[in-house]
Design a protein around this ligand. Structure first.
Ligand SMILES: Cc1cc2nc3c(=O)[nH]c(=O)nc-3n(C[C@H](O)[C@H](O)[C@H](O)COP(=O)(O)O)c2cc1C
Length: 467
């Protein structure tokens, strides 16, 4: 079950990197998700962002060296004990070294040491620092610590002006990363969870009801291995690529008018962020849309279905997974007027012709091992229509999306959906003709767009493993 941030208590540790300003936006995003956030800072971090900013945003005193905002003697224990999870953003090379070597002479490293819940670390630094032997070794060691999750620091333009690895994930990507961890890491009740420290063992049961303090360490390690969702690929492993279509298309009637639909692009953003959080290299071919992609996503912007068709067929050969999430217009005006059509007060008939079928044409070009997932938005007889579409297209799966409930679908975060898989084993047994493809149609369910995205990512990883 993907982690729900609503109601979570999050301790945000900020250390002294140039990307510290992004933690302010992260704090706001976490609050928007319903999380309560408190902040601790290193002294160096206070040179990049004033503690007053974090105190104002979090509506809580910031834990600083010597308790400078509000002197309280046990903040280094109280803050981590209060929190369901500890998030260090950005993590400098310096605090990473301290975490590894057990040095605890500032609030961020002290909280790391005294935190018994899950600890999520987002490193950020200049590419030369990131590639230095010390940082490489420290990150590797940190990854091996129990209860500790190190996020990727992808290549990109760095704040210092150089280009290379070491970039801090965008705040939206960090939120997506958290939301794609397993909820049981922080809220599993009544079972042994890691890691008792003597200092905290006597604490009352935390507000989330989780983190019983008496788990043997080996059991804890096994539990964490089982419950951690897909980890980012280890360095050296080939990075998997996904190509996602997104947004809506606009089919020109004349230079100022077009036919389109109401897609906001939010689902595609959730899917892109979830693939990113699972270590994929993410490209999208995006029509007009309101929602924005995280900075690490490569975006090709298009307007019409024909433009999208061309871009997808050009780019798909590099992809391991294709997700056809865009709301593509089925029809376009046969002729787009070159001048604005004048209002003549008489009836106007638009002649429409079908657009190319991007899903079917991409399946026709599919190479062995590639995974292709289509989308179907239906408003009636959805199961029958979606099953028919899946069979005709030859895709590996189809995400059926039915925005029929109040407050779900277009522009909302909740959606009614189910993932329909083509049953290729049965199809092969019966001679593999497209019409012989059998489909399983699970019940429709309500969930967040991140839940939907995680199901697509899980399906893709499963298919790639078996390819
Ligand atoms: C302008 C500037 C930007 C810096 N950016 C980073 C950075 O992005 N990552 C990093 O690891 N160190 C960075 N440093 C170096 C740290 O600030 C320095 O190592 C400091 O001691 C870190 O302290 P802390 O880990 O206690 O916060 C930067 C230094 C300066 C002057």
């Amino acid at each position: 079950m993907a982690m729900n941030l609503a109601g979570k208590k999050i301790l945000l540790g900020v250390s002294g990197g140039i990307a510290a300003y992004k933690s302010c936006e992260l704090l706001r995003l976490l609050q928007k998700k319903g999380a309560e956030v408190r902040v601790c800072m290193t002294e160096a971090a206070t040179q990049f962002v004033a503690p007053l900013t974090f105190a104002s945003l979090s509506k809580c005193p910031v834990y600083l060296k010597n308790g400078a905002v509000e002197a309280r003697p046990f903040q280094h224990i109280d803050f981590p004990r209060w929190a369901d999870l500890y998030l260090v953003v950005p993590a400098t090379a310096n605090v990473i070294g301290k975490f590894v070597y057990g040095i605890a002479d500032d609030p961020v490293s002290l909280c790391f040491m005294s935190c018994t819940g899950p600890r999520f670390i987002a490193p950020a630094m200049n590419v030369a620092m990131f590639n230095s032997p010390a940082v490489k070794r420290n990150l590797e060691t940190l990854r091996s610590f129990e209860n500790t999750f190190v996020m990727d620091s992808p290549a990109g333009e760095l704040a210092c002006g150089e280009v290379g690895k070491g970039r801090l994930l965008d705040p939206a990507e960090i939120v997506a990363y958290l939301e794609t961890r397993d909820e049981r890491l922080v809220t599993r009740e009544g079972e042994c969870l890691p890691l008792a420290s003597a200092a905290c063992a006597s604490s009352a049961t935390p507000s989330n009801g989780g983190h019983p303090r008496n788990a043997p360490e080996s059991q804890a390690a096994q539990y964490l291995q089982e419950t951690a969702l897909q980890d980012l690929p280890a360095s050296g492993e080939r990075v998997r690529r996904v190509l996602i279509t997104a947004g809506r298309t606009e089919e020109a009637i004349d230079p100022v008018r077009y036919i389109s639909n109401r897609s906001s692009g939010k689902t595609a953003v959730a899917i892109a962020a979830t693939f990113l959080a699972n270590g994929f290299d993410v490209s999208v071919v995006a029509g007009p849309m309101e929602a924005e992609f995280p900075g690490a996503v490569h975006v090709t912007k298009i307007k019409s279905a024909c433009d999208m068709h061309k871009a997808v067929l050009e780019q798909m050969k590099n992809a391991d997974v294709l997700v056809h999430c865009a709301a593509v217009a089925d029809y376009r005006p046969k002729v787009a007027a070159t001048e604005k059509i004048k209002d003549s007060r008489s009836q106007l008939i638009l002649e429409l012709e079908p657009n190319p079928n991007i899903l079917r044409d991409s399946v026709a070009q599919k190479r062995a091992g590639q995974v292709i997932i289509g989308f179907a938005l239906e408003t009636d007889h959805f199961k029958e229509h979606a099953a028919e579409k899946l069979k005709k297209s030859g895709a590996d799966a189809l995400l059926l999306n039915a925005p029929v409930a109040a407050n779900s679908g277009f522009g909302f975060d909740e959606v009614r959906y189910t993932l329909i898989r083509a049953n290729s084993r049965n199809a092969q047994e019966s001679g593999d003709s497209r019409n012989a493809v059998e489909v399983e149609i699970p019940e429709m369910k309500m969930g967040s767009k991140i839940d939907l995205a995680q199901e697509i990512v899980d399906f893709s990883l499963d298919q790639l493993k078996n390819a």
